[in-house]
Ligand binder design. Structure first.
Ligand SMILES: CC(C)(COP(=O)(O)OP(=O)(O)OC[C@H]1O[C@@H](n2cnc3c(N)ncnc32)[C@H](O)[C@@H]1OP(=O)(O)O)[C@@H](O)C(=O)NCCC(=O)NCCS
Length: 156
């Protein structure tokens, strides 16, 4: 439960920054427990004193069976631990796990203003697919969303 509380804090920091997600409700440990139980992949990073520094999750993109291997990835790193390679490590670890679980593609949806996140995903193999215009509202303002994707089984 201590880990869930830390994950909730990191997620809530990202929500409060208003650059990472359309979500606006800050999360508690019980919200995180539900995500951990329902997401196909939920991985947490720790520092050398077992302090939670970030997390990555994959959620399904569709209930249709033909898209079962396409997941949506999102990653959050504690503001005090950014710029240390943790985000990149989480994504690379997630790709290994996702491949083992049968995912063939991950997509990421990123606000155009979220330059650090766009660069992070590009640096881990994602390509820009395009921009969804006015994809949703955040604080009553329409926001565009960049769609990126990576193929996990490029040899086939
Ligand atoms: C985006 C985020 C996950 C990056 O995590 P991080 O641990 O700081 O990233 P890393 O240290 O692993 O950086 C890896 C690469 O990302 C890019 N990057 C990271 N921070 C950057 C910044 N501030 N500006 C530009 N590029 C940046 C760089 O390409 C970097 O590679 P380099 O260090 O070799 O130049 C972190 O800033 C965060 O949690 N943001 C809030 C949540 C969010 O926006 N998540 C994305 C939506 S799901």
């Amino acid at each position: 439960m201590a880990d869930y509380k830390r994950v909730a804090e990191i997620y809530s920091d990202g929500i409060a920054e208003r650059i990472a997600t359309f979500e606006t409700k800050l999360r508690g440990w019980d919200d995180i427990q539900l995500l951990v139980e329902s997401d196909p992949i939920f991985l947490v990073s720790y520092n050398d004193v077992d302090f939670v520094t970030g997390f990555v999750r994959v959620s399904p993109t569709s209930s249709r069976r033909v898209y079962a291997g396409v997941g949506e990835i999102s990653v959050y790193v504690d503001p005090n631990h950014r710029g240390q390679g943790i985000g990149k490590q989480l994504i690379n670890h997630c790709h290994t796990t996702a491949g083992e679980q049968g995912f063939w593609k991950l997509i990421a949806k990123i606000f155009p203003e979220n330059e650090s996140s766009l660069e992070l995903f590009r640096s881990t193999g994602y390509r820009d697919v395009g921009i969804h215009e006015k994809h949703g509202q955040l604080d009553s303002q329409w926001r565009d969303v960049c769609l990126l994707e990576v193929l996990l089984h490029t040899e086939e």
